[in-house]
Design a binder for this molecule. Sequence first.
Ligand SMILES: Cc1ncc(COP(=O)(O)O)c(C=O)c1O
Length: 462
Amino acid sequence: MHHFAYKGGELHAEKVSLERIAEAVGTPFYCYSTATLERHVKVLTQAFKGLDPLICYAVKANSNQAVLTTLVRLGAGMDVVSEGEIRRALAAGCAPAKIVFAGVGKTRGEISFALRNGVNHFNVESEQELDFISEISTHLGARAKIALRINPDVDSKTHKKISTGKGEVKFGIPYKDAMRLYAKADRLNGIDVVGVHMHIGSQLTQLAPLEKAFTLMRQLVVRLRAEGHDITHVDLGGGLGVPYDGSTDVPPHPDDYADVVRKCFGGLDLKIMLEPGRLIVANAGILVTRVINVKKGDARTFVIVDAAMNDLIRPTLYEAFHDIWPVTEKLKNAGIFADVVGPVCETGDYLALGRKMPAVATDELLAIMSAGAYGAVQAGTYNTRQLVPEVMVRGDQFAVVRPRQTYAELIGLDRLAPWLAPTRPEPVKAAAPAPAIARKPEAATASAGVSPAAKRTPTRRS
Ligand SMILES: Cc1ncc(COP(=O)(O)O)c(C=O)c1O
């Protein structure tokens, strides 16, 4: 459930009209609802009542400082995958002891940064990474707590680009290698083995694959303890899906998810850690865009809007479906079939294809729903389009939590190579009075800005 609803015929984020925000910040813009973020944390916490899990929000889903700070104040920890995300988590006030560091390609610099900043533990993705962590923590005189990310080779039945638990993907350590690597980890300097980690994919709409993977993790924990490893926690990753389209593939409720966790890990006296991203932020955010024009082709109608694939890449990257609501409710009455597309020069630049939607006209506002996760964080500046602003609403207040990038900021990031440095313009000599006789063609060139003298003698530069 979210807090975007029509009031008096106008779509509101909580108590703030989106039209009002559009007037203040222009379009397109992302808009996040605080009440929805709070609700999602509450629902998840209640589902796990009695288990007291550490909820480490997956920063990659939406890393805006206002979102992170809101979640930190609700008690969340953070799941991070880069030094940048560690910095963001710390800047938002997250205690290092609540930060877990995952990611398939942690650099030595990042490992060192994480250790120096006292993150809770590393979710280790390969044998070589384990060696790096041992070397670096020994060098720093530190001890790194680790869990191995185990790839259980389970088909999570989600889109192939966000499926991470099958044998052929780059993520995690094969289940069959787990015992050997835990034994090795135990022998390595500077390492404390503390847990087991898994994450089999995102936007999961079925519990069966999760249950299968959890069962394997339970068996692993039992075997590891029997071998003398002090396993105190199991980190179950994130992945629970959200309803993007009210009608199909309704994901399981967090209560049912929590019941599976209880069933699989009951009686083991394990700390449960969770890394939800999408579940917390997806439906807490929308992307508001304005119709530029409606172009009727021979075969299709295109609603051309001012948001594009560079602002929200999910439709073209994952064939993702986002509901599209008109900001003015009355438009819902009439119906057209249209592709909702952006101005970017790619045929793949669309937000919806063949969508039955209200008839719309130039300048009307549309809300692309459920865009809070993997939206703004994946935005780019293709076609020299500015990163769009992000706005956060709380009750009847709103604040710009990331201003629109200016063209000066965008273009100003580029630097000229020294050999392209701007040259000083050649001094232009005062033109001599035109002689009364007809001029030859080359003399005409001189009058176009380069004096004959300058042509003969190269000007010296200091
Ligand atoms: C290791 C890990 N944990 C958590 C998440 C968050 O997943 P979701 O947003 O589906 O909950 C991801 C996302 O890919 C991930 O890779």
